[in-house]
Design a binder for this molecule. Structure first.
Ligand SMILES: Nc1ncnc2c1ncn2[C@@H]1O[C@H](COP(=O)(O)OP(=O)(O)OP(=O)(O)O)[C@@H](O)[C@H]1O
Length: 336
């Protein structure tokens, strides 16, 4: 096997752990506060010159939680994750991670966290197995952890494939395997399923769910609202460097009281008739459909059953995406 120094090169695409070698720990969380808070961020501010990337951000992440960080491009998500992960210094405010301060960098703390970013590099000319065993050696972890990590991300068959011969999705899974190789208590995932096809995305979701089931705390940035709704216990929505909402996906959706939409073939019902129905707040023709907005979809569905074949009606209930678009002000007309 080649030495990492001579053979390491950056491969575009998803990345590997940024943590520093050190002691290995298994699942138990140490340094946890009595309330079970693993990460506490208070009033964190960060500027890059004139740009205010974070403007007084406060949040906490609890033990065993799958915590999502959502927000438009440039909202400050990466900056926040970098500060919490000990990769960047805040201008002001305080951060505690597993009971310690992440900045200045502390190798003992870094050994307890795993970071998958978009920007790091693999040992490209090594095989997937060699790459993981090399990282395991850096952490002082049993080399057998490489095989286990490959199994956990369903890459067992690729142990002997060179990293630069893997598909984008396989590399993404290898990045996750690298981040969890040393059994970290806290895992940072930066858009782990970016650019994956729907099947690969769902496969990775299963992997991420299994990590959560093991009791690990996961902080994950994503642009996929459906993913956040599927995976996250709570999400923080960040816009212009501020937390504009922080709650469970379900509560965020409920709190907005967004209407459900019922799509009816436009040939089957006129907008005028629809607007005369009890519970219909709005009716608009969109392409071949008449779209009815209502906060009482069951009542409207029952009434529609008297007028047309109910099987032709499609029901769209509010999603986290609706809540997100409203909270970030990035597309109130999105679904209309
Ligand atoms: N190293 C840097 N130097 C100067 N400005 C920066 C730097 N990093 C980020 N910024 C700026 O800070 C703001 C927040 O950037 P950040 O990367 O944290 O956002 P983000 O929410 O992660 O965005 P994206 O979803 O596009 O990855 C943006 O305006 C960005 O241009």
């Amino acid at each position: 096997m080649s030495t990492p120094e001579s053979e390491t090169e950056a491969v575009p695409g998803p990345a590997v752990t940024d943590t520093v070698p050190g002691e290995t720990h298994t699942g138990t969380v140490r340094g946890e506060t009595p309330t079970g808070t693993v990460v506490a961020v208070n009033g964190v501010t960060k500027r890059y010159g004139e740009v205010v990337a974070l403007d007084g951000v406060s949040l906490d992440v609890r033990h065993g939680e799958f915590f999502g960080i959502l927000g438009p491009n440039g909202a400050g998500k990466t900056t926040l994750v970098e500060i919490v992960g000990g990769m960047r210094e805040a201008d002001s405010g305080t951060v505690t991670v597993l009971g310690q301060t992440p900045w200045p960098r502390d190798t003992a703390l870094l050994a307890r966290i795993g970071v998958q970013t978009q920007a790091s590099a693999f040992f490209a000319r090594l095989t997937a197995g060699e790459h993981l065993r090399t990282v395991a050696a850096l952490y002082g972890t049993d080399p057998a952890a490489a095989t286990t990590a490959l199994e956990r991300v369903s890459l067992t068959g690729k142990e002997n494939a060179r990293v630069d011969h893997l598909s984008g999705g396989q590399r993404q899974r290898l990045a996750v395997a690298t981040a969890l190789l040393h059994e970290p208590e806290l895992i940072f995932l930066d858009e782990p399923t970016a650019a994956l096809d729907p099947e690969a995305r769902r496969e990775l979701w299963d992997v991420l769910r299994s990590l959560r089931a093991e009791g690990r705390t996961i902080i994950c940035t994503t642009h996929y609202l459906e993913e956040a709704e599927e995976l996250c216990d709570r999400v923080a929505i960040i816009a212009d460097g501020r937390v504009v909402a922080l709650d469970t996906p379900r509560n965020l959706i409920r709190s907005l009281a967004a209407p459900a939409r019922l799509l009816v073939p436009a040939t089957g019902l006129s907008a005028k008739t629809a607007l005369g129905m009890d519970g219909v707040d709005r009716a608009t023709v969109q392409g071949d459909d008449l779209v009815l907005e209502t906060t009482v979809p069951n009542r409207v569905l029952t009434a529609l059953g008297d007028l047309l074949d109910i099987d032709t009606v499609t029901v769209r209930t509010p999603t986290l995406e609706d809540a997100y678009l409203t909270l970030t002000g990035t597309g109130s007309e999105h679904h209309r």
